[in-house]
Design a protein around this ligand. Structure first.
Ligand code: MN
Length: 359
C-alpha cells in the first residue's frame, strides 16, 4: 500500500507538470466531503490551475458527471469514499481517455483496474490524509480526519487511533475557524478522545442528508477564514439540522417496541435519504437496545434502501447481513452502521432470516 501511495503522488505530480485538467470527486457524506476537501486543497496548494471539486448529492459515481468530465477534457479524476466496486464506470472513464485514482475504504471483491489507496480499518478521509501527506508532508488536516472518522462511525483501532486522537486535539485547539464557530454555536466545548456523548452530538450535525447544496456549505466551513461568511454558513447548517431532526424525533417517538429481536420501520418523511433513515435507525437502536432497520418505502421498481444501526455492543451488522445475503440486491457498511437494498416484498423474509441469525 505504501508503494501505491508513492505512485499516486507521482501521478499527481505528473498531472501538475503537464498542467492536466483534474477533478476531485467525493461521496456526499461527511467522510467523502472532508476527504475530497483534503485532496482538493492539497492539489490547490500545489498550484494546480485546472482543478475542480465535485460534491454531488447524487453520489455513487453518477454517470452524468462522468460524461460531463469527459466532454470537459478532464485527464484525471480522484474518486473519494466511493468507486472501489464501480469497475464498469471506471472502465468507461478509462476508455474515454481519462485516468482514475480511487481512495476508498469500502469492501471489494476484486481490485479496481486503476491506482487505488484502500483500507477497511480507516475512514476514507484518513486515506486521503495519507495521500496528502505523500504529496506534501506538511499538510495539516488531522482535524478533518477525526471529524470524518467520527461521522462515519469508524471503530478506533491500532491503525487509525493515533491520527484521530491528534485530530481531536486539533479540533479542541480550535485551529479551523469554521469548526470553531460551529462548535461554539452548538455548545460543544470539548470533544472527548473516545466515543460517547460528544461524538454523538458532533455526528448529529454532520451525518444527515447532505442535500440542498449543503455539501458546498460543509466544504466552505472547512476552508474559509471569513468570519461573517462562516457565521451565515453555520447558521444555515444549524437551521437545517433543527428542522430535519425535529421531524426525525417526532417520528421516532411514535414507534413502539415489537415482540421481535429487531425493529423494522417504514417512514414517509421528506428526504428519505440514507442520512434520515440512519438517524431514525440510530434513535430506535438506542431506545430499544436492539438492531433497527429503517427505510422510506419502495421506489417505482418495488425496491427499498434500508439503513441499519446496531446498539453499542456485541453486534456486527455486515457479518450478520452476510448470513442472509441471498435476500439482498446489495449490502455494505460498517459493524454498527450499515445498509442494504432489497425487494420490498422480501422485507419480512429478511427480518426473519436476520432474527434467526442473531444470538
Ligand atoms: Mn466513508
Amino acid at each position: 500500500m505504501k508503494n501505491n501511495l508513492k505512485r499516486i503522488a507521482e501521478r499527481i505530480f505528473l498531472a501538475k507538470k503537464e498542467d492536466q485538467k483534474v477533478a476531485v470527486w467525493g461521496d456526499y457524506d461527511t467522510d467523502g466531503i472532508s476527504g475530497a476537501t483534503i485532496v482538493y486543497q492539497t492539489l490547490k496548494n500545489l498550484g494546480f490551475k485546472n482543478l475542480q471539486l465535485i460534491l454531488d448529492p447524487s453520489g455513487r459515481m453518477d454517470q452524468k458527471i462522468i460524461h460531463k468530465l469527459i466532454s470537459n477534457g478532464n485527464k484525471l479524476i480522484v474518486i473519494v469514499d466511493m468507486g472501489i466496486t464501480e469497475v464498469e464506470k471506471i472502465n468507461f472513464a478509462l476508455s474515454n481517455g481519462m485516468e482514475v485514482i480511487v481512495i476508498d475504504h469500502h469492501l471489494y471483491t476484486s481490485p479496481p483496474p486503476v491506482l487505488f489507496h484502500h483500507s477497511l480499518k480507516k475512514a476514507a478521509v484518513q486515506l486521503c490524509y495519507e495521500v496528502a501527506k505523500a504529496i506534501n508532508p506538511d499538510e495539516q488536516f488531522s482535524d478533518l480526519v477525526a471529524l470524518g472518522s467520527i461521522a462515519d462511525k469508524i471503530e478506533l483501532n491500532s491503525e487509525n487511533k493515533k491520527v484521530i486522537i491528534k485530530g481531536i486535539e486539533r479540533i479542541n485547539q480550535r485551529k479551523r475557524i469554521g469548526l470553531k464557530i460551529l462548535l461554539s454555536k452548538i455548545k460543544l466545548a470539548k470533544l472527548a478522545k473516545k466515543p460517547g456523548k460528544s461524538w454523538d452530538k458532533l455526528r448529529s450535525y454532520f451525518n444527515f442528508p447532505l442535500r440542498n447544496g449543503l455539501q458546498n456549505n460543509f466544504y466552505q466551513i472547512f476552508v474559509l477564514n471569513d468570519e461573517s461568511k462562516l457565521d451565515k454558513l453555520t447558521d444555515e447548517l444549524i437551521r437545517f439540522h433543527q428542522n430535519i431532526y425535529q421531524k426525525i424525533d417526532e417520528f421516532s417517538k411514535t414507534i413502539k417496541l415489537e415482540e421481535s429481536k429487531l425493529t423494522l420501520v417504514e417512514h414517509h418523511l421528506p428526504h428519505a435519504t440514507s442520512g434520515v433513515n440512519g438517524a431514525i435507525a440510530e434513535r430506535l437502536a438506542n431506545k430499544f437496545n436492539r438492531i433497527a432497520l429503517v427505510h422510506g418505502g419502495k421506489d417505482k421498481n418495488g425496491l427499498v434502501r434500508v439503513s441499519a444501526r446496531a446498539p453499542s455492543d456485541g453486534y456486527h451488522l455486515v457479518k450478520l447481513f452476510r448470513k442472509c445475503s441471498n435476500l439482498f440486491l446489495n449490502f455494505g457498511g460498517h459493524p454498527k452502521a450499515a445498509g442494504f437494498q432489497a425487494r420490498y416484498n422480501d422485507l419480512e423474509k429478511i427480518k426473519i432470516c436476520l432474527s434467526k441469525n442473531l444470538h
